[in-house]
Design a protein around this ligand. Sequence first.
Ligand SMILES: *Cc1c(COP(=O)(O)O)cnc(C)c1O
Length: 464
Amino acid sequence: MALHKTKDVTGGDTGTDVFTTALSGRVLPKYRMPEEHSPSEAVYALLRNELLLDGNAAQNLATFCTTWSDDGVHRLMNECLDKNMVDKDEYPQTAEIEARCVNILAHLWHAPAEDGPATGCSTTGSSEAAMLGGLALKWRWRARRRAQGLPADRPNLVCGPVQVCWEKFARYFDVELRQIPLEEDATGLRPHQLAEYVDENTIGVVAILGVTYTCDYEPVADIAAALDAIQQEHGWDVPIHVDGASGGLVAPFLHPDVVWDFALPRVASINTSGHKYGLAPLGVGWVVWRTADLLPPELVFDVDYLGGDMPTFALNFSRPGGEAIAQYYLFLRLGRSGYRSVHQSCADTARFLAGEIAAMGPFTLLYDGQGALPAVSYRLTDPAAAGFTLYDLSDRLRMRGWQVPAYPLPARRDDTVIQRVLIRHGVTLDQIALLAEDMRRALDHLRAAPPTQPPTAPRSGFHH
Ligand SMILES: *Cc1c(COP(=O)(O)O)cnc(C)c1O
């Protein structure tokens, strides 16, 4: 039986309603491809309805990623649907725009001026960017060791409470990850801890600008100074890669006095997620090297079968070009002052929320939204006496559609459960005032009717 006789139900001449097609009258084929094709508008309407079951992105306060884009971004993304980032011969202007973004970032991050263009590329996100940054560290360390006639088979990477992408890098590329546990009351790597973990096989230290768990910055300048001291003592010249997934596009606008980027000679490379505080739609990250010589040429492949000769350094081959174009659109559209005011209004909203949370009673702030990412993190002051857990609070808030994750801190502080709220472009102060009201209502409910068996295991997904 033909599902439908007309070309398209929107044709309007059949009088068929999208919800009265043959497809609408049954459960959708789920695990096997259907034999027949169906009218596009009916399939669209059915899928759209199914997707309403997903969370509402605007109420997802767990994610760092862009959930609001203006009309210009929507239009460019649509118009650039066919542009393949890898095909620099066919889409030379897309390649040119990618290179402009790399140069803009290198300048924003105080890379020393070189004769040629800045060295870096777009990626699908910070995870791929981290892989590329890590690979360059590993290759350079190995070349140094071999040149000295020393063994080069046991590389390690030293870091604090990193995002999972660094654990992936270490496992995928066979590098030992030396993750330094948190000290009591610390939320990230502290410079004096390094001496115990760094050695001749350390390919680099990852410093995080915007720790995933608590949203504050690790002290990159002090980390660099500690590595200077280690070099003085042992002769090991250990480079820093800054994971600026979120902070890399916050600090230049809100915290120009924080010294963390290529202004520090020890910082060899930096990654950021364009789709976080870069405000671009999902699917774009960046990695930039301080100077061209820090990217080993063996990692760059030349491809000639797309026409022309083009270098490619990426884990992916074909990849959409629209996200990088949208990134350039945003750089042009907002400029420095636009990024500053967008992020500042988010930071103001975070400050407002921190005040509300402090006034609610049972919480202690870990980070109040000032000095680093526009976000707030907090814990229960006295979890044993509270009668409920932050997981219970997450569940109550979820009933109103808010996603506010609860999760334990990383190793050595993993007995501390915290909550985190991220404020980003499009999350308004009014919305956060509504969240605060819902939090107060949830607290009243949990106090009046404490859960009998407080759950102890994480139930809401922690979005890294
Ligand atoms: C989000 C994040 C990542 C991963 O970035 P993606 O763009 O999601 O791949 C890595 N490091 C930190 C610190 C992050 O916040």
